[in-house]
Write a protein that binds this ligand. Sequence first.
Ligand SMILES: Cc1cc2nc3c(=O)[nH]c(=O)nc-3n(C[C@H](O)[C@H](O)[C@H](O)COP(=O)(O)OP(=O)(O)OC[C@H]3O[C@@H](n4cnc5c(N)ncnc54)[C@H](O)[C@@H]3O)c2cc1C
Length: 372
Amino acid sequence: MYSIWEKNSFIHYNCIIIGSGILGLSTAISIKERSPSTEILILERGTLPSGASTKNAGFACFGSLTEILSDIKRNGESETVSLVEKRWKGINMLRQRLGDEKMGLLNYGGSELLKENNITALDEIGHVNHLLRNIFDSDTFVADERKINEFGFNKDVVKSLVFSPFESQIDTGVMIRSLIAMAQSKGVMIINNYDAVIDDDSANTVKVSAKNSGVTFTSNKLISCSNAFTSSILPQIMIKPGRGQVIATKPVAGLQFKGVFHMDEGYYYFRNYGERIIFGGGRNLDFTGEETSEFGTTDMIIKSLINILGEVILPGREFEVEMTWSGIMGFNESKLPEIIQISDNFTAGFCCNGMGVALASYVAEQLSESGF
Ligand SMILES: Cc1cc2nc3c(=O)[nH]c(=O)nc-3n(C[C@H](O)[C@H](O)[C@H](O)COP(=O)(O)OP(=O)(O)OC[C@H]3O[C@@H](n4cnc5c(N)ncnc54)[C@H](O)[C@@H]3O)c2cc1C
């Protein structure tokens, strides 16, 4: 039973958003920018945001050369160019919204390490640069083999290196805290530890309750930004979870590289974090096992990351792994972001496929257009 004060000030909103990851927070901010008086509540089931947004490796990237070539194979050239453009626009919207300092953005560029098995990608650089000419104001990718030595990678494994000046690294924690602070400064209410279920979206007022709370909230509109966990609220939507495992080293004395790095169509990615290395990936070693929404790490993938780190990235160098963790991403068939109208007052947004840092601000802007 509520008090009159609770009933009048806490229970009803113009819009409820489920999920306080980068997409939920960005959507709330976009709606507030469009319509400052809209009363918004974000419901988050974790004490902290508990999906991908605080668990990634902190890349502001739009797709490496081999990732883009693989996207072209799947979706064709024009769909792929349009997706890269959305990622690039999203990164720039986020930078404009927060400013580089409030997302810890550092622009050292990004590189892809090409091994024997994908060296033919070099033949496609000219064509891909041409396709992306309207997005970037100079060549997106440049082969630069001298950097293999400069960065200290294993020359026997790394046959070429493709550099892009447009990629940056961010501090994911600083970025999400800044988005939370910005949303709250605009009057957005955020309630944590609330595992939301939708009671009723058929009438003018949507009802949301929780598995772990007696409080039921109501609103005129509902937006789900629950990413990999969407199917537990909306079983009809096919978003599969994909776990990403990550390791972080202790500081490595005299680390020779700065920037963000990719290997094997984006299945492996690493970066410097000061003098440390953050290295993630390996989902392709066990697609079935990693199609899970359970957090955790496996010996097989962590060992493979440590092996690659020792053999390819830091050959002959001492390092020590200090931390391991995982994040849960969401994947759909097309690899494209989706906005799905579930009913007149209920929309689900999905920016997806391991590229939500780049895409969220763009998708949020589109979500905010639905009725505000
Ligand atoms: C290891 C790793 C590396 C990555 N690398 C990159 C990269 O290089 N570039 C890039 O752009 N992106 C990358 N990503 C992906 C990016 O982090 C995600 O795409 C993005 O964070 C998704 O944001 P989101 O808000 O849609 O989802 P999430 O961050 O997953 O947020 C969804 C939120 O909804 C909450 N929630 C779910 N169900 C409920 C419910 N019923 N009730 C209440 N709350 C609920 C969850 O707790 C969660 O906090 C990576 C991700 C990982 C894990």
